[in-house]
Design a binder for this molecule. Structure first.
Ligand code: HEM
Length: 413
């Protein structure tokens, strides 16, 4: 007999508050996967959308970028839509322009290209962990000590920001991604207005930096963006700024929350922590499992460019779809024991970095950052426990933990 449907009005799949209060709605996603994997979600004040919850369907859609566009509705809000005037970034471009723009940068982010940055990234990671491990035991907020500073520092360094400005980036990304969170609320502004005001600050900062890099270029990403050419023409200032913006926004919160969620998983599954300490060769498998387990991107939207039959449903042209990546990563048709955190999971065909045309540009970089953090920290941990509830971000886009209070004792070296 089919299990009864969950009460959909209790957990709106695109409501930031519901994620903050209860974490990921795995029960609802599991019900949808098993009973109605292409479900028309109308339980919202915002735009209705098709909730896509199966690994196979998200893969099909991700690989058909001309039929399902990112540009018009990349994110889906629980509120009526508000437009903005910012230029589209890489992730909002569609074929054929997307491929042209992606080829400009993709070579810079391959594992081979990143090799020459290993040493610097390793140094940044070690410095951050060293700060934490000065005392043999203590209490800390893992987010503000480790998982937040690491990706900020790496991205700021790769972009070529002066060291004294790294914290500005931290603040801006918090305020843009967390615009729906009460910690970042601005009186008299809607979350969209608050995010736009922050984007304006970010744009102004980068406008100046871009001008400086045009005059004296270095071996950094901002200098590279100023040299990009399409059809023999240099990019406009707006296009260069859009590049800065996507790297800043996409590279920070995601890696931070994967690193934090991984730490939480190790605290809650200490047998896996011990196993990794005994078998350090499992580190890269473990990082992959952390990305599957945490799946920091909750959804990205697509808009159908033509009618499309998906399973027993007819998606109409201009319909909006939400791809729920965390649901795909618990799909029992793909993963054995999907609700178990297993650092030796192999194969692990998770969709934490997306799939198809828009597959995460920074996937190798993110893996590298997490490997560095765990490599220096986890072998040192003798005991670790939570000393408070994880404080979750109000967001239906990035599943985030704002604070993870822990107590630890380290092995002596
Ligand atoms: C654990 C960390 C990360 C996760 C979970 C993650 C996740 C994702 C996902 C799911 C997408 C697919 C978007 C779609 O379906 O439309 C994506 C795209 C993207 N990511 Fe990441 N990401 C991470 C780290 C990074 C980093 C460090 C960077 C820095 C360069 C980055 C840059 C991008 C960019 C530029 C895109 C757009 C690619 C395109 O449209 O062609 N990401 N990411």
């Amino acid at each position: 007999m089919a299990s009864p449907a969950p009460n959909f009005s209790e957990f709106n799949l695109v409501h930031p508050l519901h994620y903050a209060e209860r974490g990921y709605p795995h029960d609802t996603w599991e019900w949808l996967r098993k009973n109605d994997p292409v479900y028309y979600w109308e339980e919202t004040e915002g735009m209705p959308f098709w909730a896509i919850t199966k690994h196979a369907d998200i893969t099909t859609i991700g690989k058909l970028p001309s039929k399902f566009h990112n540009g018009p509705n990349l994110t889906i809000s629980h509120l009526p839509r508000e437009d903005n005037d910012f230029p589209p970034t890489l992730i909002q471009l569609d074929p054929p322009k997307h491929g042209v723009f992606r080829r400009l940068i993709s070579k810079r982010f391959t594992p081979r290209a990143l090799l020459r940055f290993h040493e610097d990234i390793d140094k940044i990671g070690k410095e951050i962990v060293d700060n934490l491990v000065q005392n043999e035991e203590g209490e800390c907020d893992f987010v503000s000590e480790v998982s937040a500073p690491l990706p900020i520092a790496v991205i700021a360094w790769m972009l070529g920001l002066p060291r004294e400005d790294w914290n500005l980036l931290f603040d801006w990304t918090n305020r843009i991604i967390g615009a729906g969170d009460p910690d970042f609320a601005v009186e008299g502004k809607t979350p969209t207005e608050a995010a736009q005001a922050t984007m304006t600050e970010l744009f102004m900062y980068f406008s100046q930096l871009v001008d400086e890099k045009r005059k004296s270029p270095g071996d950094d990403l901002v200098s590279l963006f100023t040299q990009f050419e399409v059809d023999g023409e240099k990019l406009t200032q707006m296009d260069v700024l859009a590049w800065c913006l996507i790297i800043v926004i996409a590279g920070n919160e995601t890696t931070r929350n994967a690193t934090t969620g991984g730490m939480l998983a190790f605290i809650q599954n200490q047998n896996e922590l011990r196993r990794l300490q005994n078998e350090p060769g499992l580190l890269s498998n473990a990082v992959e499992e952390v990305v599957r387990w945490t799946t920091p991107i909750i959804h990205f939207g697509r808009t159908a460019t033509e009618d499309f039959q998906l399973r027993d449903k007819m998606i109409r042209k201009d319909d909006v779809l939400a791809l729920f990546y965390p649901s795909a990563n618990r799909d029992e048709e793909v993963f054995d024991d999907p609700y178990t955190f297993r650092i030796d999971r192999d194969p692990n065909p998770h969709l934490g970095f997306g799939v198809g045309e828009h597959f995460c540009l920074g996937a190798h970089l993110a893996r590298l950052e997490m490997e560095v953090a765990y490599k220096y920290l986890l072998p040192r941990i003798a005991e670790v426990e939570l000393i408070g509830e994880p404080d979750r971000l109000h967001s239906s886009l990035v599943g985030g933990v704002k604070h993870l209070p822990i107590r630890y004792r380290l092995n002596s070296v």
